[in-house]
Structure formats: C-alpha cells, structure tokens
Design a protein around this ligand. Structure first.
Ligand code: HEM
Length: 387
C-alpha cells in the first residue's frame, strides 16, 4: 500500500478506512517504491509501541545497513546523534539538552517576534485582496520564528532559507539540502562560539551535557527538520479547515478559540501525519501480526484518531491527540509550536477575517507530511495593521 502517491494524499481517510477493513490495526505499506514498512492505524497498538522504546527503538542503524545509501527516504529517517534517533542514556543526554535550552526561551519575545513577522507579511499582500498563504505567510513565518530561536545571524538567513525546504523532500534533493544546511549551521556554531548570545545555539554550546560541535549541528538540523514543515502544516491545515469545514468555520464567528482549532487540526489533520518511526530490535508479535526486526514501523497519527475504538465526535477541549507524539520521544516543543501557530493565526484572522478559498486544495504527496502544496485565498482588502 503506497504512502507516497498523489492518490493517497488526495484521500488518506478513504484509504485508512479500506485498509483498516482489510488489514486491521497494522497495514503493510511502502514509504517509497520498494521501501517496506508497517503503518499503525490502531490507537491502542500505537500507544503500546510508543511507550516501549527499548523494544521499538527509534534507532534506524539495523535498517540502514540493509537498505544502503540509495534509499529515497534514507536521509529523512537516517541515524544521528540526536534524541530522535537514540534511546537509553544517549537519548537522555540529547533530550536533556533540548529541554534545557527550550526552557530558557523567552515566550513573550517569541510571541512578539511572530506577531511582528505576521504583520510584515500580511502588509505585503493585504492590498491585493488575494494571497497564497503557504509561500506568502506560513512558510516565511515558520522559518523566521525558528531562525530567531536558533539565533541565525542575518548574514546567513538566506542560505538557511534555501536549504530548509529540502529537508521534507525524499531522494537526492533531500540529501543535498541537508548537507547545505549542515554546513551553514556549522558556520552559525563557529560564529556563536566566539560571540554567544541568548539563543539556542549558544545555550546548546554551553550546556553541561558537553555536546561536541558536530553534535550541536545535529541538534540544530533536527530542530529545523521537526519544527519548520510541521509548523507550516499546522498553520495552513488550520486555515484550510476553517475555510472548508463547517464545524471549523464557526471559529471565524468566534465559537472556537484558536487553541481549540489547533487541537482539532492536530486530531483531524495533523501536519506530521505518519511519523514516530520505530524499529523492532527482534521480531515482535502485535495482535496476530509479526513485525519484522529492523523494518520501519510508522505511526499513523491522524489514522489512529479515526480508530473506531477511540471516542469520536465533538472533541472540543480535548488535547489527548497524538499530533505531538507520545512517550519518551514526544515533542519537547509542543507548547512553543502552539504559541507560534496561535500568534500567527490570530494576526491573520484579525487582518483578513473574510477569506475564501480561491482554488481547490492540492495535498502534497508525502509518506510523512500532511500539507497543502498551496493555499490560495481571496478577501476584501482591509486596512494595514499598525505595530
Ligand atoms: C507544529 C509543530 C510541531 C509538530 C507537529 C511536532 C511534532 C513532533 C512529533 C510527533 C514528535 C515525536 C517524534 C517521535 O516520536 O519520533 C516530535 C519530536 C521532536 N520535536 Fe516536535 N513538532 C513540532 C514543532 C517542534 C518545534 C518548534 C521544535 C523545536 C524548536 C521541535 C523539536 C522536536 C524535537 C527535538 C523532537 C525529538 C524529541 C525526542 O526524540 O526525544 N518540534 N515533534
């Protein structure tokens, strides 16, 4: 069952329904042509896997040795010295560094920075009465927010912007973009070694886990990988839902808070839709299915929310979604991601409350991300926002 096709991207829910009926909770899938994996669409099975990191490890080494260098999704899933691809004491060391530096982030400054960026971006398109909100709003906003957190000097911002989109690409483009990003971030690290300031790079360099420079670069690449495309997806999926889903549309009339909208999107249409990739260290029996050792097991985060075994219907105020993962590897920056997306959406909805979709949505073919390729909207030109 291929996860990388435009057909799957156009109607994942239909596929999940059919696959659940045919296979149950564990679906044999391909992440790219010839790259076998298991997609977990059962909620209980997903939690069991995510809460057993010693049995279902995030370390892809054994799989990578088998697939070799040419695997199209090898760069996106590749091993490295980060919390996302290690377990046990290594995971504790890397994760400890992430949670410590994220704990030092000034949330008021992040919110003010996102609001300023949002106003700048909105003021560039408001007068035209139309915009493409992925490239003209969500993507530059998410990147600017992460650059500010990380502490990228103005001189290197353009180079980072050129490399980051490739992180979500399979194949050679992804490999090349990742290499470019590593080398720019290496420059940022050298810069901050001599001129530290209040930012994630400087705090990682000074953290008592004693990260080597190469390890700091690896943490930074992980942050860009986890943060940028997901935040773009969260913002655009929220706007798309508000413009196409009657229940969400009510949010424009004020009956749902922005936070409620974001949680509903993290249930219905999570931006990292198939993720939390794990590798059984030895063959594992779940239900009546044997999962082979060292073959990817991918959690269908959105699919699990549609498992008939878990409560459906109105989930207002319910934040028990898997949109940020679960267990020891759950996103350490979920609060920050919500803060960024909320500030962005509030500015956008204040400025252009009467948006309409200008064309049908096209969802990007990706085994992992759920995101529109473009979000074209029309609206009556309002007045520019003051700072
Ligand atoms: C809407 C935005 C975001 C979404 C949907 C998201 C989602 C996730 C998910 C599902 C995981 C679990 C991965 C797994 O179990 O294998 C995760 C882990 C992680 N996320 Fe996020 N994330 C977002 C934003 C961010 C941001 C803004 C940062 C950093 C500034 C970040 C940093 C991380 C890190 C470092 C991990 C690895 C944690 C570990 O393995 O212990 N994420 N994220």
């Amino acid at each position: 069952m291929p996860l990388y096709t435009v057909d799957f991207a156009a109607d994942p829910r239909g596929f999940f329904r059919r696959w659940r009926a045919e296979f149950g909770a564990l679906v044999p899938v391909e992440l790219a042509p010839g790259v076998a994996a298991t997609l977990v669409v059962g909620h209980a099975e997903a939690l069991k896997i995510l809460h057993s990191p010693e049995v279902f490890s995030p370390d892809p080494d054994g799989w990578q040795r088998r697939t070799g260098a040419g695997c199209p999704v090898g760069a996106m899933l590749g091993s490295g010295p980060t919390p996302a691809r290690t377990s046990g004491t290594d995971h504790a060391r890397f994760r400890g560094a992430h949670t410590a530096v994220l704990g030092r982030v000034d949330q008021h400054a992040v919110q003010a920075g996102v609001e300023r960026t949002a106003v700048d971006l909105i003021n560039q398109f408001w007068a035209r009465g139309e915009a493409e909100l992925r490239t003209q709003f969500a993507a530059p906003l998410a990147l600017a927010a992460v650059n500010a957190l990380v502490g990228v000097p103005e001189e290197l911002v353009d180079e980072v912007a050129r490399a980051v989109p490739a992180l979500a690409e399979a194949g050679d483009a992804g490999v090349a973009g990742r290499r470019t990003l590593e080398s720019v971030l290496q420059e940022v690290v050298v810069w901050k070694t001599t001129a530290p300031s209040a930012d994630v790079v400087s705090w990682l360099l000074a953290h008592d886990s004693g990260l080597l420079e190469a390890e700091v670069v690896a943490q930074l690449v992980l942050i860009y990988e986890m943060a940028v495309e997901s935040t773009i997806g969260l913002i655009t999926n929220a706007v798309a839902s508000m413009l196409t889903d009657d229940r969400m549309d009510a949010a424009l009339g004020g009956s749902l808070s922005t936070r409620d909208v974001l949680d509903a999107v993290l249930f219905d249409n999570p931006p990292l839709a198939q993720w939390c990739v794990r590798y059984p260290q030895v063959p594992q029996l779940i239900g009546n299915v044997w999962l082979p050792a060292h073959q990817p097991v991918v959690i269908g985060l959105g699919a699990c929310h549609r498992d008939p075994a878990v409560a459906q219907g109105d989930r207002r105020g319910n934040r028990s979604h898997l949109g940020f993962g679960a267990g020891t590897h759950a996103c350490p920056a979920s609060g920050l991601a919500i803060l960024i997306a909320t500030a962005a959406l509030d500015q956008l909805m204040d400025a252009v409350p009467d948006m309409r979709l200008a064309a049908d949505l096209v969802w990007r073919a990706s085994p992992f991300h759920r995101c529109v390729t473009a979000l074209p909207v029309r609206f009556a030109p309002p007045r520019p926002l003051p700072y």
